[in-house]
Design a protein around this ligand. Sequence first.
Ligand code: NAD
Length: 300
Amino acid sequence: MAVRIGFIGLGNMGGPMAANLVKAGHKVTGFDLNPAALEALENAGGKIADSATGAAEGAQVVITMLPAGEHVRQVFLHQGGLIDEVKDARPLLIDCSTIDVDTAREVTAAAAEVGLAMLDAPVSGGTAGAQNGTLTFMVGGTDEAFACGKPILAAMGKNIFHAGGPGAGQAVKICNNMMLAINMVGVSEGFLLAQKLGLDWTTLHQICSTATANSWALSNYCPAPGPVPAAPSNRDYAAGFAAALMVKDVKLAQAAAEATGSPTPLGTQALSFYQKVVEEGDGGKDFSVVFRWLAKQKRE
Ligand code: NAD
């Protein structure tokens, strides 16, 4: 059944996600601050609006895919914000951005206050997953809201998980990305040591991807150029998932660890590496560029 969807934030992820909703037969109206993103949605068969509230007008579902918590607050809460504008039409709200758990809970509570259901539904799978409609969604919210949102998310993803109540989707996402950030550094260290020991990266990859060191970072996204042809390491680390966004996500994990008193020494260390990558001008490169940064370091 065709659903009227307002889609706000049509960037690297939101653009192809909105296009997949159009392909699935839904009526999508989008808004982004960037005119090129609006043009891309029009070319994909969607309609465009000149404001976030314009995109949400008459929508049964409103989806946001914005950079960070501040943008999500701005769109939903600020004066003339979405929640206030759409409260009578009662659409389901779904925020797919990766943001802090507190903002997710605050915005969901503000929506609930005026009787609106909201899901936090961050994604994993990168731009390729967004384009191919194979994203993994980790969703927080009530059972009823999840049941309503799941068929819509299924048009953009392959695995749709209900992680728990409001904020639970964001909680899973930041834990996932902290583990990935650490893991990518670990794989990088192993490949650099192997090189010093005279090993061939393809041989190392073949053996370790069937041994106990195997991981997604190693087998699908190898940071050393060569063994995985589709990995960003073979295209000068073009993103992919930008190192600057990884810094944002591991910072969110660190803030949550601080607030809950959870020990994350490797998370702290990994964050400092990705921050140096960004400081040295590679924030727009894929986060696996940490391999190239590490290769330039000297043993202390
Ligand atoms: P992006 O910067 O490409 O897209 C964000 C878009 O939001 C931009 O087009 C920007 O113009 C728009 N925007 C910002 N403020 C706005 C506002 N007030 N109103 C309307 N539009 C606004 O970022 P992205 O890579 O698409 O990432 C989006 C979110 O998804 C981030 O939270 C990111 O952490 C998360 N994410 C990204 C990836 C990835 O591989 N890129 C993977 C998983 C999750």
